[in-house]
Write a protein that binds this ligand. Structure first.
Ligand code: BES
Ligand code: MN
Ligand code: ZN
Length: 495
């Protein structure tokens, strides 16, 4: 909706944003001359105080230019949260995109403080919301669409901690928007090689190390899942490795490893998807896109004091005479053999390589993988929560904390030994999918657990569903949410 959103700007403010809680007075206009009309505005019928409801007033006058004041509803005072602030920012952003004003002051710090919300955190959430609503997805529109009228927005705040928070939040949103743009990019453009080129570009831009393993090197490294799943496509599969290293001696410590399923298109392979089940499968790369966005945030905003390694398993699951088949048996680099029962359960095969690699080569402090792994998790949790499997109490606590801070919700599901039993094969060690229809999302997690060494803390996040908004809500428009970029960034912010 905006060309950009930046902190600062010197010119006269055109719009001020103040707030009010349900049933309360206008908050945050103390000391501003010409604000007499604001309380009057709250007597209007539309001034419900609901989250994001906006009432307009005009202040100033007397020969000077009038300032537009947006009095935005903050909901119940007792339930103001960072997530409310993201929605509020979304509503303000939508309004500003209509008014075309470009210099805005946000006076919500006092309201947040009075509701017990930390000012900097509130500012951060507001910045995230404004940055997320700013996302432009016009890249693929052509001559038959109206020209974009997006303007550059400058925001400021009187409160220093609120402004500092906004700057952090706007930065995080830039990263999440990178994830969203990649997700939105269609599969004829966002091919496997495109993803590798984007990773390299990102690495150059923000100072990360980038290696791409492809072609015969995949054989040398025995990355059999990536190679096999990608075999049918003319777009060649690869493993992308990115590394962030802090300055100083924490360079030598164990890294956090972030793994992303990056299937640029999922036709299902020979177990072809039916009944339009294929539509939207350009977003089967969203795990990897989230990891790329997170690496951007880590390098530009978070700058943690530990190394972070990103591993993207990149392949297109297509069909041709070179496609892998149901009944094939694959031997993975950790020695586990897999009988392929369904070529549409491809995500776990490409992830298995990255998990083996992480355990054997990276000496990880912990591993977190993100994947649009199963339709079953969409049935179970919708777009509201991602499914989480993590049996390491410490790592789980860290993920839950990052989830709380970022507002990207996770819900724990179980990984009992019986589910691992379910994956046993009559031919090889395990199958990639049990033909019964039980517990599909858990089967995925159980399968992956065969590729993580005991003792290494590991969390699997099934983001199918969570990665996408099906309608305009809060700071999102219908489409990709960039889910995971902010969660992972906050995870690393926590250490
Ligand atoms: N990419 C899909 C999962 C998916 C489905 C993501 C719907 C987003 C929306 C995955 O590769 C897949 O096809 N999963 C199968 C697994 C089954 C064959 C065991 C599924 O969920 O149906
Ligand atoms: Mn599939
Ligand atoms: Zn898939």
């Amino acid at each position: 909706m905006f060309k950009s959103v930046k902190l600062g700007g010197r010119g006269t403010v055109q719009v001020r944003v103040v707030g009010h809680f349900k049933g309360g007075k206008v908050e945050g206009h103390a000391g501003h001359a010409g604000d007499a009309g604001l309380s009057e505005a709250l007597k209007r019928g539309e001034a419900t105080g609901d989250v994001g409801r906006i009432v307009e007033a005009f202040a100033g006058g007397r020969g000077k230019a009038e300032t537009r004041v947006l009095i935005v509803g903050l909901g119940e005072k007792g339930s103001l949260s960072a997530e409310t602030m993201r929605s509020v920012a979304g509503a303000v952003g939508r309004r500003l995109a209509v008014t075309k004003d470009t210099r805005v002051e946000i006076d919500l710090a006092a309201a947040c403080k009075s509701a017990g919300l930390d000012t900097q955190r509130a500012g951060c959430a507001f910045g995230e919301g404004l940055g997320l609503i700013a996302w432009n997805c016009d890249e693929f529109r052509g001559k038959a669409s109206p020209k974009s009228t997006a303007t550059a927005l400058e925001v400021r705040a009187e409160s220093k901690p609120f402004a500092a928070g906004m700057e952090r939040g706007l930065g995080l949103a830039v990263s999440a928007n990178i994830t969203r743009t990649l997700s939105q990019t269609p599969p004829n453009i966002a091919t496997t090689t495109f993803m590798a080129a984007e990773a390299r570009r990102l690495a150059r831009q923000v100072g990360l190390k980038c290696t791409v393993i492809q072609g015969s090197k995949l054989d040398d490294e025995r990355l059999v899942g990536i190679k096999t799943v990608g075999a049918a496509s003319e777009n060649k599969p690869c493993l992308i490795r990115l590394e962030y290293a802090p300055k100083g001696k924490s360079r030598s410590g164990k890294p956090a490893v972030l793994v992303g399923k990056t299937v640029t298109y999922d036709t299902g392979g020979l177990s072809l998807k039916i009944n339009n089940g294929m539509v939207g499968m350009k977003r089967d790369k969203d795990g990897g896109c989230a990891v790329l966005g997170a690496m951007h945030a880590i390098a530009t905003v978070i700058k943690p004091n530990r190394r972070v390694v990103a591993l993207l398993s990149v392949a297109e699951n297509s069909i041709s005479d070179e496609a892998y088949r149901p009944d094939d048996v694959l031997t993975f680099r950790n020695g586990v053999t897999v009988e392929v029962t369904n070529t549409d359960a491809e995500g776990r095969l490409v992830l298995a390589d990255a998990l083996c690699w992480a355990c054997e080569k990276e000496d990880p402090a912990y591993i977190v993988d993100l994947a649009t792994l199963t339709g079953g998790v969409v049935v179970a949790l919708g777009s509201t929560y991602a499914g989480m499997w993590c049996d390491d109490d410490k790592l789980r606590a860290k993920i839950e904390e990052a989830s709380e801070v970022s507002g990207e919700r996770v819900w724990r599901l179980p990984l009992h030994a019986e589910y691992r039993e379910m994956m046993k094969s009559p031919v090889a060690d395990i199958v990639n999918s049990n033909p019964n229809r039980k517990a599909h999302p858990i089967q995925g997690a159980a399968f992956l657990s065969y590729f993580v060494e005991a003792g290494i803390p590991w969390c699997h996040l099934d983001i199918a569903g969570a990665h996408e908004a099906d309608k305009d809500t809060g700071p999102y428009i219908a489409g990709p949410k960039g889910w995971g970029a902010r969660l992972l960034a906050e995870l690393l912010a926590g250490g």
